[in-house]
Design a protein around this ligand. Structure first.
Ligand SMILES: Nc1ncnc2c1ncn2[C@@H]1O[C@H](COP(=O)(O)OP(=O)(O)OP(=O)(O)O)[C@@H](O)[C@H]1O
Length: 239
């Protein structure tokens, strides 16, 4: 018996983004048509300036396109008012960036509670820390954690609201190889165990081996979409 086709969590249609810088126009996205499927792990690759962050920010409702449409499930984000976009971001999207942006005066658990207190159906903060392997660091302040541990707290904070999608922009960019792998293991575990649709931007082509699909951007357009026949565990990545 064939299983039903999984739903597209995101669908973009002819997405463009042009930044006007004085006299100069920067065409960051030039007609992107893309679907991200429920539960999949996608890696976005591409040279610096190819439009990866612009695309991720538009999917996450942090930015709006110049033309084209973005659907999140049945919701047309491009037709949404600012307040709706804010609600969409708050309820459905977890973001992870290269820099962790933890609040220094709050413990790991308190940083997460800031989010769970306003979320609709949050995880328990300690459960979020458990999934990134840091339950025993709950009462540590950011300054008492290593860079990789801080990033894992940031990931726990991003998933504590129990978002449908996790969008990560260079999550290992500031980390050494070993620490980067531990962080990637945490992201892969979230994707596997919570079923969170996950997109990771990276400059590191070897990280693409852990994805279901690899989308390469070049000069604001999709250059290629490849499905990995098998996925490599983060622990077995080498770079
Ligand atoms: N706010 C902005 N104002 C003007 N131009 C911008 C802005 N944000 C991005 N750009 C330009 O849009 C293009 C795409 O940028 P984007 O950050 O999406 O690329 P990227 O692939 O994520 O790059 P990187 O890997 O270096 O982060 C670049 O030419 C960039 O200079």
């Amino acid at each position: 018996m064939s299983s039903p086709t999984p739903a597209a969590v995101f669908r973009t249609i002819d997405l463009t983004k042009t930044y006007q810088m004085g006299e100069v126009q920067v065409r960051a996205l030039r007609g992107v048509n893309l679907e991200l499927i429920e539960g999949e792990f996608v890696v976005l690759l591409g040279a610096s300036g190819s439009g990866k962050s612009t695309l991720l920010n538009i999917l996450g409702g942090l930015d709006t396109p110049t033309s084209g449409q973005v659907f999140y499930l049945d919701t047309n984000l491009t037709a949404s008012e600012d307040a709706e976009l804010t609600r969409y971001r708050r309820d459905h999207v977890g973001f992870v960036f290269q820099f962790y942006n933890l609040i220094p005066s709050l413990t790991a658990k308190e940083n997460i509670e800031l989010i769970t207190e306003i979320a609709v159906s949050p995880l328990e903060p300690l459960d979020a820390l458990e999934i990134v392997g840091l339950r025993d660091r709950a009462n540590h302040f950011p300054a008492q954690l290593s860079g990789g541990e801080q990033q894992r707290v940031a990931i726990a904070r991003a998933i504590a609201k129990n978002p449908k999608v996790l969008l990560c922009d260079e999550p290992t960019g500031a980390l050494d190889v070993h620490t980067g792998i531990v962080v990637l293991e945490a992201i892969a575990r979230i994707n596997r165990e919570l079923g969170t649709t996950t997109a990771v931007i990276t400059h590191n082509a070897s990280i693409a081996n852990m994805a279901d699909r690899v989308i390469a951007l070049s000069d604001g357009q999709i250059a290629s979409v490849d499905r990995n026949a098998s996925k490599v565990n983060a622990a077995d990545l080498q770079w």
